[in-house]
Design a protein around this ligand. Structure first.
Ligand SMILES: NC(=O)c1ccc[n+]([C@@H]2O[C@H](COP(=O)([O-])OP(=O)(O)OC[C@H]3O[C@@H](n4cnc5c(N)ncnc54)[C@H](O)[C@@H]3O)[C@@H](O)[C@H]2O)c1
Length: 266
């Protein structure tokens, strides 16, 4: 109940999916939350804030596209002013699509992936790291199993998720002297809209006219060592909680994989 007591955590992409789940899990353990998401995601952020409130903690919400450094900086600064400090940074916002082989990807599609998934993470840390206090803290960069292995038809995504591992390792060196730990979280297939959507269903089950989540369960489970089709957001949030808690106080510069065995399947 109190592994994060007295802490403030910044989470980007907190209006939905895993970002919301992370916000609620950290709040359940006593953290106040600075929740950022896209302009236009106000209703989603309000729901995240409501759930954080239900867990007994405060949420400061802000509109910031992670591609916009000034907006991210403003969101971080307003959140820190409202909640009084910053201990944890979770660079979670990201996008994924599956345009096809690398040489067929349109330049704007490639650029969007790199701008959000790589430069957006750098913007987040750039804006937030100076506000982490003298007693140290923790940064978690959300990569993916696509940061460890290839993903068919998504070179831009895989490249961006590999790239943030390099950023994480460098930041771990640069922020270590300030007692700020920096790690990467690598989820496999997670049951959010990023994985469970009609385009993915159609790609995984081209034999069906209008496939559903249920229709892709068996296909996805085949990728795993454990007999499950995907990982739940709550399980990824529990791994995040461990990484940012004092239980992980000497863990930095590393990658925590939560993938039901996807990366080790032969
Ligand atoms: N779902 C998966 O299977 C999976 C697997 C591995 C890694 N991941 C990574 O986990 C993170 C969260 O994914 P999710 O599954 O919760 O996705 P999601 O689509 O459910 O939620 C993503 C959130 O990020 C926000 N967002 C998107 N672009 C943004 C931008 N430019 N600026 C600010 N916010 C933005 C969205 O509005 C949304 O609230 C992403 O970095 C994703 O790449 C997801």
């Amino acid at each position: 109940m109190s592994r994060m007591a007295g802490k403030v955590a910044l989470i980007t992409g907190a209006g939905n999916g895993m970002g919301r789940s992370h916000a609620v899990r950290l709040a359940e353990e006593g953290a106040d939350i600075i929740a950022l998401d896209l302009p236009g995601a106000a209703a989603d952020l309000a729901e995240t804030a409501r759930l954080v409130g239900e867990a007994g903690r405060r949420a400061a919400v802000g509109a910031a596209d992670v591609r916009d450094l000034a907006a991210v900086q403003a969101g971080v600064d307003a959140g820190v002013a409202e909640l009084g400090r910053l201990d944890v940074v979770v660079a979670n916002a990201g996008v994924c699509d599956n345009p096809g082989p690398a040489w067929t990807i349109d330049a704007p599609v490639w650029q969007r992936s790199l701008d959000i998934n790589l430069t957006g993470v750098w913007h987040t840390v750039k804006a937030a790291a100076p506000s982490i206090g003298a007693d140290g803290g923790s940064v978690v960069i959300v990569s993916s199993t696509a940061g460890m292995k290839a993903v068919a038809g998504a070179a831009h995504y895989s490249a961006s998720k590999h790239a943030v591992i390099g950023l994480m390792r460098t930041l771990a060196n640069e922020l270590g002297p300030r007692s700020i730990r920096v790690n990467a979280l690598l989820p496999g297939a997670v049951g959010t809209a990023m994985t469970l959507n009609p385009a993915t269903f159609a790609r995984l089950r081209p034999d069906l006219a209008d496939p559903t989540a249920e229709d892709v369960m068996e296909v996805l489970a085949r990728n795993h060592l454990l007999p499950v089709p995907w990982v739940e957001s709550a399980d990824v949030s529990n791994a995040l909680l461990f990484l940012v808690s004092d239980e992980a106080r000497y863990i930095t510069g590393t990658e925590l994989v939560v993938d039901a065995g996807l990366t080790q399947k032969v």
